[in-house]
Design a protein around this ligand. Structure first.
Ligand code: KG4
Ligand code: ZN
Length: 356
């Protein structure tokens, strides 16, 4: 690596993502001068298939990946206007995630690699999120990453490719899950994040008092189950849940989440300063929950106060997609890394177990 996002040679990779409810494939190219191009980025969301259940159903997700992935990859190749010979390697998510879905993508990646005699990169989904800001901007290592999605809520110190230190994680629910469950309790439509945000916009956050779990604790961990239970108890005390009540509870919930994120991230920022005092500090926010405007505004205020620059990748690169997997593949491949064809899919795979 010569500078942020640069590689020694031009590499063109196919990236495959199937770890949750998005079936995705993309072609990304990294150039020696540091430029990078997303030649195609095709994402098929299964939202409609899971909506009746108010959450992702693993069997439905896996079956949809099987049915859709070949077509999505073909579309990605067509949109990139590339021949298979133009690929230098194939990257596929190998975990963590819903195991049946991960298997579909990884097996497909292996089959393409074997058939075309290409190297395989078994990419950690979290590494895809962690490196995604470097696909759209010149973000140099090290940086602090707040990963807020349907499956995760983590604060990571990103020192380099494969070099991650987890400063904190959730002890129970992921943050997006907390939004989704709160929406369900408030009779708001799935996916919960956007509908809670919309309801909160017209609600009064001061009407109900909700807890701020973990605030003030001497670590960077999160917990959302107590907040979820508090929402349930608050609803239980009402005669009938009106739209007004739902909006006020959504506003109180979102404010509590913002306060928790600001407190936990502030602590991680102080740790970052202590370790990398000489480097310009930068906070990157990734994951689907980064779409929440109230959260983004609260964290912008924190960054201004703490002297951190803030980067949020464009939303289509923040949520699950194939381009971030292809890009993580480019970054690893540029370092001479690849994986054997018998690499196993993993439901659990902490970033701290990676090697750069
Ligand atoms: O990153 P993502 O697309 O998929 C995972 O890897 O999980 O994140 C999806 C999560 C869902 O839980 C969804 O409710 C949440 O992100 N989300 C939001 C918003 N938009 C999506 N949460 C809060 N506010 C939003 N505006
Ligand atoms: Zn994700």
């Amino acid at each position: 690596m010569t500078s942020a996002g640069s590689v020694e040679q031009r590499y063109t990779l196919l990236g495959i993502e199937t770890s949750c409810d998005e079936t995705a494939a993309a072609i990304v190219r990294g150039h020696p001068d540091g430029a990078r191009e997303i030649l195609s980025n095709v994402v098929l969301s299964q939202l409609d298939a899971h909506r009746p259940y108010g959450g992702v159903v693993p069997e439905i997700a896996a079956r949809a990946h099987v049915e859709q992935l070949d077509g999505i990859i073909a579309t990605a190749m067509e949109e990139a206007d590339l021949d298979w010979n133009a690929l230098d390697a194939v990257a596929a998510t190998a975990g963590p995630g819903l195991i049946a879905g991960v298997m579909v993508g990884l097996v497909t990646g292996k089959a393409i690699a074997a058939a075309r005699n290409l190297p395989l990169l078994a990419v950690n989904h979290l590494e895809g999120h962690a490196l995604s800001p470097r696909l759209s901007a010149d973000v140099a290592f090290p940086y602090l990453l707040l990963l807020v999605s349907g499956g995760h809520c983590q604060l990571l110190l990103v020192r380099g490719v494969g070099r991650y230190e987890r400063l904190g994680t959730t002890l129970d629910d992921a943050i997006g899950e907390a939004f989704d469950k709160t929406a369900k309790m408030l009779d708001l439509p799935y996916p919960g994040g956007p509908s809670v945000e919309a309801a909160a916009r017209v609600g009064d956050a001061s009407r109900f008092a909700l807890p701020r779990p973990m605030v003030g604790r001497d670590n960077c961990d999160f917990s959302f189950s107590g907040l979820k239970t508090a929402v349930l108890h608050t609803i239980g005390k009402l005669d009938k849940l009106t739209d007004r009540d739902a909006a006020d509870i959504a506003a109180a919930f979102q404010l509590a989440v913002c306060d928790v994120l600001v407190d936990r991230t502030a602590r991680a920022m102080r740790l970052f300063h202590a370790v990398h005092a000489e480097k310009p500090p930068q906070l990157v926010i990734a994951g689907g929950v980064a779409a929440n405007r109230a959260i983004a505004a609260a964290l912008s205020g924190l960054c201004a106060e703490m002297g951190f620059a803030q980067t949020v990748p464009p939303l289509h690169l923040c949520t699950d997609n194939g381009a971030m997997i292809a890009w993580a593949g480019v970054e690893r491949f540029a370092l001479g890394l690849s994986d054997p064809l018998d690499v196993a899919p993993r439901a659990r795979w902490p970033l701290t177990q990676l090697q750069g």
